[in-house]
Write a protein that binds this ligand. Structure first.
Ligand code: C5P
Length: 217
């Protein structure tokens, strides 16, 4: 049948953001980076001078979380209350704060409503990437993929992105451990295809994703 929704989950540093972006380009699909929504909320909590690890602080700003995303282009822009936060949400400060925000159930419910609306509107299709897309956000997606790589490879790729920083490995592992307590993105759920990129380069990984979509069509 016709594929309209491609769900991709995976841990931090699996390369899923860049793989999802290139796969979406090749398929002519929209792209939805769900982690950016959690990052944007973490940004708002910090912007208000509140503590992202305190649930009451997070819930206190949730009603004001006026989040907008443009899913139509290859370079997505995110804004909160009209402020473009696309660059601000990529800092290590936000990476360190985001897991606290993401573990609040009311937050997950609120962003999932938005994600499902964006998925329903996407024409001709959308690639959605995150941690719980194959299991919670879009369990009925046409193609569901868990993208992984061995931890040492993920750490090396991440160091390649941000420079040789001794704290990177530790922070990456800590964030995955914390996130994985909320949703399991290390083992594929029934019906989810595991794509292990440990021995694949970027283009090969994109190709593996695109082929899974083509064989489904
Ligand atoms: O993918 P990215 O690293 O930008 O995600 C940032 C954070 O958002 C993750 O560390 C996780 O805490 C949260 N997240 C989530 N569920 C998703 C996507 C991201 O909990 N579907």
């Amino acid at each position: 049948g016709l594929v309209t929704t491609v769900a991709i989950d995976g841990p931090a540093g699996s390369g899923k953001s860049s793989v999802a972006r290139r796969a979406a380009e090749r398929l002519g699909f929209h792209l939805l980076d769900t982690g950016a929504a959690y990052r944007s909320l973490a940004w708002l909590v910090l912007e208000r001078g509140l503590d992202p690890s305190v649930e009451a602080d997070v819930l206190g700003v949730l009603d004001d979380f006026d989040y907008a995303v443009d899913v139509s282009g290859p370079v997505q822009r995110f804004s909160v209350g009209g402020v473009d936060v696309s660059d601000a949400i990529r800092t290590e400060r936000i990476s360190g704060a985001v897991s606290g925000v993401a573990r609040v159930p009311a937050v997950r419910e609120a962003v999932n409503v938005r994600f499902r609306a964006l998925i329903a509107e996407a024409d001709p299709g959308i690639v959605v990437e995150g941690r719980d897309i194959t299991t919670v956000v879009a369990p009925d997606a046409d193609v569901r993929i868990l993208l992984t790589a061995d931890e040492d490879v993920r750490i090396r790729r991440r160091i390649g992105d941000v420079g040789d920083d001794a704290g990177v490995a530790e922070r990456l592992s800590a964030r995955d451990r914390s996130d994985n307590q909320v949703v399991d993105f290390m083992t594929p759920a029934p019906g989810v295809t595991l794509v292990d990129s440990t021995h694949l380069d970027f283009d090969e990984t994109v190709q593996a994703v695109v082929e899974l979509v083509r064989t489904q069509e």
